[in-house]
Design a protein around this ligand. Structure first.
Ligand code: FAD
Length: 337
């Protein structure tokens, strides 16, 4: 067992923050996972599981054990006339799996191209982009129950998937390690191009909507819009879009006619957090090496030397100013450690 001590996590988190963990271990099978958890019964260290590190903000050195999931494998489990069921190891890279699905002519996740991170983290916050959410393709999630030390299965309906939320962020928090995710993808292509930005990009690229062209359009949009964490540390959207009552939205709309909101099936309104942050004057703002991206107000960035605490402090100032200006509570999408 290769347990590393005093390990620097700078290259394993997309904010590129230099923090150390007391112990670090990579596992690529359930067996190795069981072994390290067993060994930790003597170490007695608090434990965090890490995937690609693209939705996590370390605010200080971690006095415990970080285990990184590297369980690999993409296996076709069954096939019908219309669908293919695929089991994917939690440590696979998400974008590589999306690429695999497009190469194999299977639709359902192409709009989620280029989202950084691992397959195992996708159900946790039910990743979504360009009109698609991963919950619509997941049939079940395999997880290792830390309490019973057994692998268990949770069917889609039991995962309580919601906007950037699931049972894994709530009731199951700190009690599970996702080991495999099972997806059902479509042989027939729905061509989900009706999301405005995708249509515009397809027109620009002079392409008809198809599985491959939508995949390419999403990559092209994301490359233009979002900073590459390898060049500029960030974790994508720092905050979730807040969901407010329609009544409150109507009042806000009278004061701020341009406020951006999308009706939810519940009748509530999902407000664009990026719009709120921009209106409050934060876009492009910097405090030392921590800043708000100059083109994307929802993206907090590390210009080089920022600490996790610098980013956290800035996020708290932003949160407070949104509460003061709009009486809206915004909450981080990022996991703060
Ligand atoms: C440039 C950029 C763009 C992004 N765009 C989007 C977007 O469009 N839509 C979107 O939804 N997200 C987006 N994200 C956020 C991020 O990519 C996703 O949340 C992704 O699923 C995180 O995966 P990860 O493996 O990096 O998770 P990590 O950051 O490693 O972990 C995130 C959380 O999940 C836990 N965790 C990770 N793996 C496991 C596991 N196997 N079992 C149990 N717990 C686990 C960790 O402990 C942590 O609490 C973006 C991030 C960046 C940097």
């Amino acid at each position: 067992m290769e347990l590393q001590k005093n390990f620097d996590l700078k290259n394993l988190n997309s904010f590129n923050i230099s923090v150390k963990t007391k112990y670090f271990y990579k596992f690529s099978s359930i067996n190795e996972l069981q072994n390290i958890l067993e060994y930790n019964k003597t170490l007695k260290e608090k434990t965090i599981i890490l995937g690609g590190g693209s939705n996590i903000l370390f605010t200080k050195d971690f006095d415990g054990l970080i285990i990184k999931n590297e369980i690999k494998g993409i296996t076709i489990k069954s096939e019908s006339k219309k669908h293919v069921t695929i089991e994917v190891g939690a440590g696979e890279n998400w974008h590589d799996f999306v690429k695999w699905s497009v190469t194999n002519n299977l639709s359902g996740i192409e709009n989620l191209a280029l989202i950084p991170g691992s397959v195992g983290a996708t159900p946790i916050q039910n990743i979504g982009a360009y009109g698609m959410e991963v919950k619509n393709t997941i049939t079940k999630v395999y997880y290792f129950d830390i309490v019973t030390q057994r692998e268990k299965i949770l069917a889609n309906k039991k995962c309580n998937f919601k906007y950037r939320d699931s049972i894994f962020k709530n009731k199951f928090k700190n009690k599970f390690i996702i080991t495999k995710v099972v997806f059902c993808l479509n042989k027939e292509h729905a061509n989900n191009s009706n999301y405005g930005a995708i249509n515009e990009e397809l027109n620009k690229l002079k392409m008809e909507p198809s599985l491959k062209s939508i995949f390419q359009a999403v990559i092209s949009i994301r490359n233009q819009k979002l900073p590459d964490p390898k060049k500029l540390g960030n974790s994508g959207s720092f905050f979730k879009n807040p969901i407010i009552k329609n009544q409150k939205f109507v009042i806000l709309k009278k004061i701020h006619p341009n406020i951006v909101g999308y009706p939810m099936p519940s009748g509530d309104i999902k407000v664009a957090a990026g719009w709120l942050i921009e209106q409050a004057g934060w876009k492009g703002h910097t405090e030392g090496s921590a800043g708000v991206h100059k083109n994307q107000a929802l993206v907090l960035v590390n210009y080089g030397e920022a600490t996790g605490e610098n980013i956290l402090d800035l996020s708290i100032k932003i949160k407070n100013s949104i509460k003061e200006k709009f009486d809206i509570e915004i909450t981080p999408e990022v996991n703060i450690i």
